[in-house]
Design a protein around this ligand. Structure first.
Ligand SMILES: NC(=O)c1ccc[n+]([C@@H]2O[C@H](COP(=O)([O-])OP(=O)(O)OC[C@H]3O[C@@H](n4cnc5c(N)ncnc54)[C@H](OP(=O)(O)O)[C@@H]3O)[C@@H](O)[C@H]2O)c1
Length: 262
């Protein structure tokens, strides 16, 4: 393992990307931030360019060219559903390990990245949620599903989130279904009853005031059980990004979900 893995952050001017750039700069004893990728340098103000230059951050808008130069170990993918798959494929084809935080990958996309990861013998991490509390929420939900047959998910995010339901909600639904595929919630599948994923109704809210929250509600005779997680600040995701960036250097396959690494 290289002494300090060399990192590129894609989506560097987004909310998550900005926080990730700051995090890698603050952890420069453990990681080397090689470049920060944005969509189009032409649309960036001189002020933003100067701010990055002063702190030694190279801003680029051509990921492929940067990857082709070599010397990069990890791509941190924090863009949008329309870019995440192509960027991740590009990374793997260039011998670079993707840590994927952006949501929007389809099952087919994940299968293709899995095959590519195996072919290249390189790690890939897909982390629908980097927050430790959210990972515990998913683990507890998977446990509860062994004992309770009725369950629904309500996920709540900020208005600017473009995809719904969230990657975390879909991943939670899969874990619940792996542990109990017997959901008998009445009228499940009707529009007002949420969208079914792995047999689990998911209800998505997009409202000002939220960052990322999720409730997993189980029902049984005479009782309910609610497992709730709230991210109140994006700093909650940063320890998970650092953890994934360390663990990925030891992997030679794709891992879906940080719960498989802790
Ligand atoms: N895994 C987790 O724990 C976690 C937590 C929070 C969010 N997320 C996910 O992370 C992603 C980013 O979230 P966010 O809140 O930071 O969104 P955001 O503020 O919209 O940021 C996304 C950024 O990516 C840029 N971008 C899009 N395509 C690009 C490309 N091809 N090359 C370079 N940059 C590109 C966008 O630029 P433009 O503005 O020019 O389009 C934007 O600056 C989303 O998919 C979100 O769901 C994951």
């Amino acid at each position: 393992m290289p002494q300090r893995p060399k990192i590129i952050v894609a989506g560097a001017l987004g909310k998550m990307g900005k926080a990730a750039v700051e995090t890698f700069l603050a952890n420069s004893d453990r990681f080397e931030l090689v470049a920060a990728v944005l969509r189009d340098l032409g649309n960036v103000s001189e002020q933003v360019k100067q701010d990055h230059e002063q702190r030694g951050v190279k801003l680029i808008d051509n990921l492929e060219a940067e990857l082709n130069q070599g010397g990069v170990d990890i791509l941190i993918e924090l863009t949008t559903p329309d870019s995440v798959f192509e960027n991740s494929k590009l990374a793997l084809n260039s011998g670079v390990r993707p840590v994927i935080g952006a949501t929007g990958l389809s099952d087919d996309d994940i299968n293709e990245l899995n095959s590519l990861s195996q072919k290249q013998g390189l790690g890939t991490i897909i982390a629908p949620n980097f927050a430790i509390g959210a990972i515990l929420m998913m683990k507890f939900a998977a446990q509860a599903a062994k004992y309770m047959d009725r369950y629904e998910i309500i996920e709540k995010h900020h208005e600017a989130k473009v995809d719904a339901p969230s990657g975390t909600a879909i991943k939670t639904a899969k874990l619940i279904s792996d542990n109990n595929g017997q959901n008998q919630s009445p009228q499940a599948g009707e529009i007002s009853r949420g969208e079914l994923h792995y047999g689990v109704p998911i209800h998505s809210l997009r409202l000002q005031g939220y960052v990322a929250s999720q409730e997993v509600i189980f029902g049984a005779q005479g009782q309910t059980l609610t497992i709730q997680h709230d991210t109140i600040d994006r700093s909650s995701f940063m320890p998970g990004i650092l953890l994934a960036s360390e663990k990925i250097m030891e992997l030679d396959r794709l891992v879906y979900g940080l719960e498989n690494l802790i």
